[in-house]
Design a protein around this ligand. Structure first.
Ligand SMILES: Nc1ncnc2c1ncn2[C@@H]1O[C@H](COP(=O)(O)OP(=O)(O)OP(=O)(O)O)[C@@H](O)[C@H]1O
Ligand SMILES: [Mg+2]
Length: 389
């Protein structure tokens, strides 16, 4: 199975590109599911039909689904949420406030991603296309499994043991709500789902992220940041779609200046995203809504290329031998030297790029070694591990 994550700044054309990509793949015979977590139901608007929480057939080999994240939340987080609500309630927060706090931001979308694992196991589809939320939310979301994983590995088992030992005593002397086993079971069950998802999403042979952008300054800048952070979290970007390019056929003087501006930005994009596939998509003369128009758009976007193939083979991280040393190489394109910080903490390597931080659990082969140096060059962070002592 292949998974394509389509992301980019708000309004650049993510949903349109996701829908057209899925349709093109389905037309080539791949059993395809396109899913969206956007509560605004824009996927339904793109296909110009009604969609729901269950996959609905849109075309041959193609089904589409709009995840009802609230429903998923109740299903998998209900127990934990009830407990947290009680806890906040006890601490003086009332009603709605306590309820709001029992779910952390981005969590509902995380539940939608959990479905990816079920689909991978079931083998029903050859391709999953995920129409992601605008970049900021997507990044937060894609970093969550890692943060959650850290919490579950380090804190949770301790907490659970302590609570188990203390519960009989605590419940006699204080009125603080104490988490029962069902709360821990629910949290653990959820974590199990998420854990598998991360393995799928960070395997570059399975999952590729595609960035949609427009030839505009701010959109490009945001795409570059996204590219950095996706690399940091271990997600492989294989392509960029430059959408809404003014066609040469437009000779109207009003648009002439715009064409020149776009030409400049297209060059910047070619330079900046040199290691991934870059595809251009023209600005059509109408809204591209409905299966027929999306098919046309998909044909222009991919031509003879199979959209499920890896459009470039960039990988988020590699472990390489260098004489007696071992090098951990990780793509953090566009990161500035001054922004990157690497600290070793036990079996973890903590890499900070700007405001994002990744606690990287070192593979066994590296744990016994010592960090000699870290170097950022050409968008690749190389951390060299030498023999101990
Ligand atoms: N190349 C194009 N030519 C003409 N219209 C386009 C093109 N790309 C997208 N559109 C139109 O622009 C609108 C916005 O596109 P879309 O919904 O795909 O953006 P989005 O990035 O998913 O937005 P959001 O961030 O709100 O989810 C849609 O009406 C779509 O039909
Ligand atoms: Mg959208």
């Amino acid at each position: 199975m292949r998974v394509l994550l389509v992301t980019g700044k708000g309004g650049v054309g993510k949903t349109t590109v996701a829908a057209a990509t899925a349709l093109k793949a389905a037309d080539r015979g791949h059993r395809t599911l396109v899913m969206s977590t956007d509560p605004a139901h824009s996927l339904a608007d793109a296909f110009n039909m009604k969609l729901g929480d269950e996959p609905i057939e849109v075309s041959d080999n193609l089904v589409a689904q709009q995840i009802d994240s609230q429903h998923r939340l109740e299903q998998y987080w209900g127990e934990v949420r009830e407990y947290l609500t009680d806890l906040f309630d006890w601490s003086g927060l009332r009603g709605i406030e306590a309820e709001e706090l029992s779910v952390f931001p981005g969590m509902d979308e995380l539940f939608a991603l959990a479905d990816v694992k079920d689909h991978a196991v079931s083998g029903t589809y050859d391709l999953l296309v995920v129409d992601c939320a605008p970049t900021a939310e997507t990044l937060r979301l894609l970093s969550l499994p890692e943060i959650l994983g850290w919490y579950m590995d380090k804190i949770f088992p301790v907490e659970r043991k302590v609570v188990k030992a203390m519960r009989p005593v605590l419940s006699k002397v204080v009125s603080i709500p104490i988490a029962g086993d069902e709360v821990f079971d629910a949290a653990e069950g959820f974590y199990g789902r998420i854990q598998g998802v991360r393995d799928i999403l960070t395997n570059p042979f399975v999952t590729s992220a595609r960035l949609v952008l427009n030839p505009e300054k701010m959109v490009i800048n945001e795409a570059r940041r996204t590219y950095t952070y996706l690399g940091l979290f271990g997600y492989a970007v294989d392509g960029v779609v430059v959408n809404r390019v003014l066609p040469d056929a437009i000779t109207d003087p009003y648009f002439k200046r715009w064409q020149e501006v776009q030409a400049e930005y297209l060059e910047d994009i070619e330079d900046g995203f040199a290691d991934v596939d870059i595809r251009r998509l023209r600005l059509f003369d109408e809204e591209m809504v409905g299966v027929d128009k999306l098919r046309l758009l998909g044909d222009e976007l991919y031509g003879d290329i199979d959209p499920t193939s890896r459009l470039s083979d960039s990988e988020p991280f590699q472990v390489l031998d260098d004489g007696d040393d071992v090098v951990l190489a990780m793509a953090v394109p566009f990161a500035d030297k001054s922004e990157v910080d690497v600290v070793r903490y036990g079996e973890e390597l903590i890499i900070t790029v700007g405001t994002y931080r990744r606690a990287f659990i070192l593979p066994d082969s590296l744990r016994r070694r010592v960090v000699r140096r870290a170097k950022l060059e050409g968008g690749v962070l190389r951390v060299t591990f030498g023999e101990p002592g």
